[in-house]
Design a protein around this ligand. Structure first.
Ligand SMILES: [Fe+2]
Length: 487
């Protein structure tokens, strides 16, 4: 057998184990025995009978008080930590309970015994009884002292446990906001790996997606894929490996494998440890975290599909417009120049992408104007508004719609359809205006007579501040200079 599947452990975390438990549980016993002895033994000398009854009674009472103190602290200890308190308060509480239920009553018994019983026992030479009483009270002191310290130790352990627990839970939840904004598989893999490492201390992490990219972090890819197939059904596996098999997983002895079915491909997480198997508590959290991660992967996949759909749909539209309604290559050129300018102006990725699509579609309004009427200026001037209306129907392109609407506005306010000026015109529209004019002057398929690039540039430059935004013109000219310098 190459590996064995470990069943999840059902044990809950135990608060008391081994010696801690013994100390706490037997600390009241010597006192209890003393109480019974003093109250019921027939060997008690008559001279101390009345005292021994009082002390016996108090000894029994104290032993019960100690048990009460133990359970009372235990209950408090269990509820503590769910709230994020400081450890000082529970420590003080524990000390108070210890002093009140053990130290004070024990001191009372010890002093009473020393003052009234021991002098009589010494006088009557009943030394055996004296030793028995001393030993029993002494043991009780000792044991109660140890049990107090074992309680204190548990308290610290518990405090740390809950603090770590809260940290892991909080990190898992907070990471979701981070993950939600990630649009790239690689970045998500990187961030998720970091978190798996931070939260679960594995000796290695490997994330895999069967279709497309496979991230195996130096694991033997073919072997891992075969291994995963061998695991069979189920979405989660906790495995113990033999040495030979473990070497394929960086010498791990224990593996946790999470499998999530994403449409068209499965996503896997493999975590390995050389020592110490993952606890069921950790497995539970890894499962939650991995499920979240699979949702984010799925989201990125859908976004990729959407972008793919958009790009190809826009391509179809561009193909149908170019050469028929607008000159050949016009839309693609305008998009290319716009992209150049937006990069020169350091616009962010998202805005640049929007501008690119807007540039490809900026003349789509012509679809609503019959070809024979397109030459009439009043009709021609309708195309930005008509285009904006067409695109505005698409919820996700609402912001593109505005860019299209204002691409014939002029910087000095002499444009159409609304006569906006300066910064009131969206920057993207101002960019398309420059890009479009340049292509109209230089495109070999242009309907107008064409000029060479330098002439076109100086023509545009002469209109900076009038028809065009001077900043955009400057950026455009800079791009061209850089380009010709490179050539
Ligand atoms: Fe136009």
């Amino acid at each position: 057998m190459d590996f064995k599947i470990i069943k999840p452990e059902k044990k809950l975390m135990r608060f008391f184990q081994g010696w801690d438990f013994v100390f706490v549980f037997v600390s009241f016993l010597p006192l209890f025995l003393l109480g019974i002895y003093l109250l019921f033994s027939r060997n008690i000398p008559a001279s101390i009978e009345s005292f021994s009854e009082i002390i016996g009674f108090f000894a029994l009472l104290t032993s019960f008080l100690m048990i009460f103190g133990f359970f009372y602290s235990f209950r408090k200890l269990k509820t503590f930590g769910e709230k994020e308190e400081e450890i000082e308060a529970p420590l003080l509480f524990l000390l108070k309970v210890y002093v009140l239920t053990s130290v004070v009553p024990l001191l009372f018994i010890a002093i009473f015994t020393l003052l009234w019983i021991f002098p009589i026992l010494i006088k009557e030479q009943k030394l055996l009884l004296l030793y028995i009483i001393t030993i029993l009270i002494g043991f009780t002191f000792l044991l109660s002292f140890f049990s107090f310290f074992s309680f204190r130790k548990k308290l610290f352990e518990l405090f740390n446990f809950f603090r770590d627990e809260n940290f892991v839970n909080r990190s898992i939840v907070e990471s979701q906001i981070d993950f939600f904004n990630i649009k790239d598989y690689d970045i998500l893999y990187e961030k998720a790996t970091e978190l798996y490492e931070k939260l679960f201390n594995p000796d290695f992490v490997s994330l895999l997606i069967k279709r497309g990219k496979i991230k195996t972090y130096n694991l033997n890819k073919d072997f891992v894929i075969k291994f995963l197939e061998k695991l069979g059904d189920g979405d989660e596996f906790n495995l113990e490996l033999n040495e030979e098999y473990g070497k394929f997983f960086k010498d791990s002895k224990f593996l946790y494998v999470f499998k999530s079915d994403i449409k068209d491909g499965s996503f896997y997480v493999i975590l390995g440890r050389k020592k110490n198997n993952f606890s069921s508590n950790e497995v539970g959290k890894m499962r939650v975290f991995s499920h979240y991660l699979s949702l984010h992967l799925r989201k990125i996949e859908y976004e990729d599909l959407q972008v793919n759909f958009f790009t190809h749909t826009v391509n179809l539209l561009v193909m149908s417009l170019e050469g028929n309604i607008v000159p050949k290559n016009h839309l693609q050129n305008v998009a290319r120049y716009s992209n150049m300018i937006s990069r020169e102006l350091n616009m962010d990725e998202e805005r640049r992408r929007r501008l690119y699509f807007a540039a490809l579609l900026h003349d789509i309004g012509f679809l609503k104007i019959p070809v024979e009427l397109q030459g009439i200026p009043e009709k021609y001037k309708l195309h930005p508004t008509l285009g904006a209306e067409l695109v505005g129907e698409i919820e996700m392109w609402k912001d593109i719609s505005e860019i299209i609407k204002y691409h014939h506005e002029a910087y000095d306010g002499s444009g159409y359809p609304e006569g906006l000026s300066g910064e009131d015109i969206p920057l993207e529209s101002r960019i398309i205006a420059v890009a479009e004019s340049f292509d109209a002057l230089t495109n070999e398929y242009s309907y107008k007579s064409i000029v060479d690039e330098n002439y076109a540039l100086s023509d545009i430059e002469s209109k900076a501040g009038k028809k065009y935004d001077p900043q955009v013109v400057e950026a455009f000219i800079r791009c061209f200079r850089e380009k010709s310098n490179e050539e």
